[in-house]
Structures are given as C-alpha cells and as structure tokens.
Design a protein around this ligand. Structure first.
Ligand code: BMA
Length: 331
C-alpha cells in the first residue's frame, strides 16, 4: 500500500469509541473491555437489545436499535449517544410515517442497518410483511422516519445498502431466505434507480466449506470503501450438533462491480467465545450490524449483537483487516 493514498474513503471521525489492542492479543478484531456495552434491560420494557446499527450524527452518534419487548415483539427504537458507548434509547418504538397503510402497518422489525447516502440516513431492516422482507425508510433527524416501499418480495433478510450510488444506481446486498430459521443463504447484489424498484440481481457469495460459514451468510455493516475494494464484514453460520453458531468474517468486493469478490478470508474474525456471546436467549451468536470508521486513522468500532440478548463493541484497523483478508483469502 502506498503511504500517500488513504486506504479508507470517508470522513475523519476522531471521536469514535476506541481502545488499543492489548499487548497479549494478536487478533485482527478485539473486544471492548466494557462489553457488553448495552445491557438487555436498558429500557424498561425490553427483554433484549441487540443486532443494532449506529452512525455518526451531529458531532455525536445516533442509531436504530432492535429491542425485543417483554411480550417478545421485535421492535425498532431510535437512540442517541455522545460517546458511542452510553446510549439513550427511546423507550417507545419508532412509528414510521408511511403513505401506504398496506406496508406501513408491519408485523415486526428487526436487525436494522443505517446508512448515510447523499443527504439523509436510510434504514433497512427485516420487515414482517407476510413473512420477512427488507423494509426501507429514511430520516434526517432520528425523530421522524419515513417508510418507503419494501425493497423485495418476501422472503429476504439482511438488506444492507452501499453508502453511495454505484454505476449511477443505489445498491443493496441482501440474503433471500424462507419463513423460518433458514438453513441456507447466499448474499446477492441488487440495484435501483429510485430505492423503490430493484433489479439487476447478481450473486455475490455462497456459504463456504465445512466450517464457520458453511450453512448461510449475510451482510453486516454498511460496506466500507477502501482503495482495495469494498470491505464487507458479514456473518456466517455453522450448524453444530447443538444448533447454529454465528461468527463474523470479512471479504473485499470489487469497487465498480461489487458482486465480484476480490478476496474472501477463510478464517473467521470473531466467533462466540465470551460468556455474553455464548449465553443468552440464543446461545453462540456474534451478529455485526454497524461499523464506525475514522478514515484518517483507519480505526474501526464494530457493533454486534451477542447471543440475541445484548449489544457489544469490538475494534479493528481497516488496513490490517484488508491485508488479513488478502493474506487469508480462499484460493
Ligand atoms: C437470525 C436472525 C437474527 C438472529 C439470528 C440468531 O435468523 O433472527 O436476528 O440474531 O438468527 O438467532
């Protein structure tokens, strides 16, 4: 890599959460000492708060959180934070403004992602409309959220927008699935001129090998634009004799044709190993949904759901992760 070319394209964000890697750790991704940063009961009626997305907002941070309530309804809540670690989450779910009652009154919402494109924040989530599909909304202020058309027919999950148009069109990754605890799943790429009509679907990646990503895979945080390609952090699932195990991995996608995989790492980056990742409502789940990136230093703060119960934070450096993906790529 040349020193005069910044690896990450994006804004400097010197105030994102950060902890240096401990001397005895050689991992590419390391956990916050403060984990889990969001407990399951941060708001009065929550059973669990996990698989949530945060972004820089007005010099601080905002986000959309998956809060399952004590009746076990899956809801989306808005939240704010000055430091990205201590969060104030609205105790009431987001009430989306939608012109069309048919799609506006959805059954459930979960696993949100948030992405800044051009002049506003877009939210995508797994939206209950005759089964799971990809809901889309936008907000300027994290107070009022305008819901748009669902992107795809059911059944689909893990809809993740790219942070800019590619080839003049909006771009999204998603994972077609089924009504239940889907035992399959590839990542696909789709394009749209208007965020309403989606097409030109392209296959990106299938599950791989007998290991951590052998059953299904799904995109995680908004892809990070680097000079080496889009850095995609994703989850992969292994079916063990005791159920699914969700881990985190990474790949590089072509900048202009992101359905083309430049490199995909064979080992995982993070797998459920700490107690809060192994024990909870669904054991053995590490589920990344957001990354704050300081383009000036390449520091990355990664937010992930742990055991479908709490929200945790981990750190990495984009340059190290890009090199690691290339060095450990499936050949
Ligand atoms: C997936 C989604 C995620 C969840 C995971 C593990 O199908 O429901 O929200 O974290 O299962 O239960």
């Amino acid at each position: 890599m040349s020193n005069d070319t910044p690896l990450v394209k994006g804004a400097a964000l010197p105030n994102i959460p950060w902890e240096d890697r401990l001397d005895d750790c050689s991992d590419i991704v390391w956990r916050s000492e403060r984990n889990p940063i969001i407990p399951r009961d941060l708001i009065p009626r929550s059973n669990s708060i996990f698989n949530s997305a945060v972004v820089p907002f007005e010099g601080a941070f905002a986000g959309v959180f998956r809060c399952d309530d004590k009746a076990r309804y899956m809801r989306l809540h808005s939240g704010r934070s000055t430091d990205g670690i201590d969060w104030q989450i609205d105790p009431d779910p987001i009430r989306f403004v939608c012109d069309d009652d048919e799609i506006g009154a959805f059954d459930y919402g979960y696993d949100p992602r948030v992405c800044w494109i051009e002049d506003r924040f877009y939210v995508t989530w797994c939206n209950g409309y005759h089964g799971p599909t990809i809901g889309v909304a936008y907000t300027h202020d994290f107070v009022t959220f305008h819901q748009l058309e669902n992107a795809f027919l059911p059944y689909n999950r893990n809809g993740v927008l790219f942070p800019r148009k590619i080839g003049g069109r909006y771009a999204m990754l998603s994972r077609p699935s089924d009504t239940g605890h889907t035992a399959f799943g590839d990542i696909f790429y789709s394009e749209s001129p208007d965020l309403c009509h989606w097409g030109r679907h392209r296959h990106v990646m299938a599950p791989y090998g007998p290991g951590w990503q052998s059953t299904k895979i799904g995109a995680g945080p908004t892809p990070i634009e680097t000079t080496e390609g889009w850095l995609l952090i994703y989850h992969g699932v292994l079916t063990s004799c005791n159920g699914f195990v969700y881990s985190m991995g990474a790949a590089l996608l072509d900048l202009d044709e992101p359905w083309k995989v430049v490199a995909r790492a064979e080992p995982y980056l993070l797998s459920p190993q700490h107690l809060y990742e192994c024990v909870g409502d669904v054991p053995n789940v590490v589920f990344p949904c957001a990354a704050l990136c300081d383009a000036a230093t390449g520091r990355l703060a990664l937010y992930y759901g742990a055991a479908d119960t709490v929200t945790a934070l981990a750190f990495a450096r984009v340059d190290e992760m890009v090199d690691w993906v290339k060095e450990n790529a499936i050949r």
